[in-house]
Design a protein around this ligand. Structure first.
Ligand SMILES: *Cc1c(COP(=O)(O)O)cnc(C)c1O
Length: 222
């Protein structure tokens, strides 16, 4: 765990490298609420978590104006736990999950913002929609199939590799899809880039980045 006194420095360092139009999602998974509160006190309002269980433990104990983003794979039976408060679900990777989010949003009398997660990496391990699935889902959305969600962006994770050309290729590919879909109806947010690759992601057109370890230090999974 990084010492509390250095979080402010890391946070400022990251903030200083981000253009004004790029949203920062501070990825706080595995880190205690005290560290989140410290970053909140520096002005950060958007935080990302990848597990429902962890998110619903932290959310009641932290300031209620935090905009929580879910960035990890979501199971249908867990949507109901986050539907009352979640700001954005970035990890929509199937029609089934989108239907459930739509249903739970209606039950809670609110609209839930989502991004479609697109599979751009070469690894088999990364969740995400295929390109044709993404296009179909967006069309269905535009045709009114999910009236209680707002599809406002795309999210992608590049292959975990040192090969910058490979990563650049994948980010550029997602930007191209983003522009293509935006011709039908404008998408607001292109979420790509993490601690190790966010400058490249921004170069390739990202306007939202998900940064954990560069702010909070290394994660301890014990
Ligand atoms: C953990 C995580 C991040 C942040 O990763 P860092 O390398 O710590 O910045 C970003 N996106 C997703 C989907 C994650 O699960």
């Amino acid at each position: 765990m990084q010492k509390l006194s250095t979080i402010a420095e890391s946070y400022q360092k990251v903030k200083n490298t981000l253009p004004d139009n790029v949203q920062l999602v501070a990825v706080s998974k595995t880190h205690p609420k005290e560290m989140i509160q410290e970053v909140y006190d520096l002005g950060q309002r958007v935080f990302g978590e990848n597990k429902v269980q962890e998110l619903i433990e932290k959310q009641p104990e932290l300031p209620q104006d935090i905009q929580w983003h879910l960035i990890g794979h979501l199971q249908t039976n867990k949507v109901k736990y986050i539907a009352p408060f979640i700001d954005t679900i970035q990890s929509v990777d199937s029609e089934k999950i989108l239907l459930e989010i739509d249903k739970q949003a209606e039950k809670n009398n609110r609209k839930i913002k989502v991004y479609l997660q697109v599979k751009i990496a070469e690894e088999d391990t990364k969740y995400g929609l295929e390109i044709h699935e993404t296009k179909e889902l967006y069309l269905d959305y535009l045709n009114g199939k999910f009236p209680n969600v707002i599809v406002s962006g795309l999210m992608g994770m590049a292959t975990f590799t040192d090969d910058k050309n490979q990563v650049k290729k994948e980010f550029s590919f997602l930007k191209h899809l983003f522009d293509q879909l935006s011709l039908q109806q404008k998408l607001e947010t292109l979420s790509m880039g993490m601690s190790d690759d966010y400058p490249l992601a921004i170069e390739c057109g990202a306007n939202s980045v998900r940064i954990g370890s560069a702010i909070f230090g290394n994660r301890n999974y014990l």
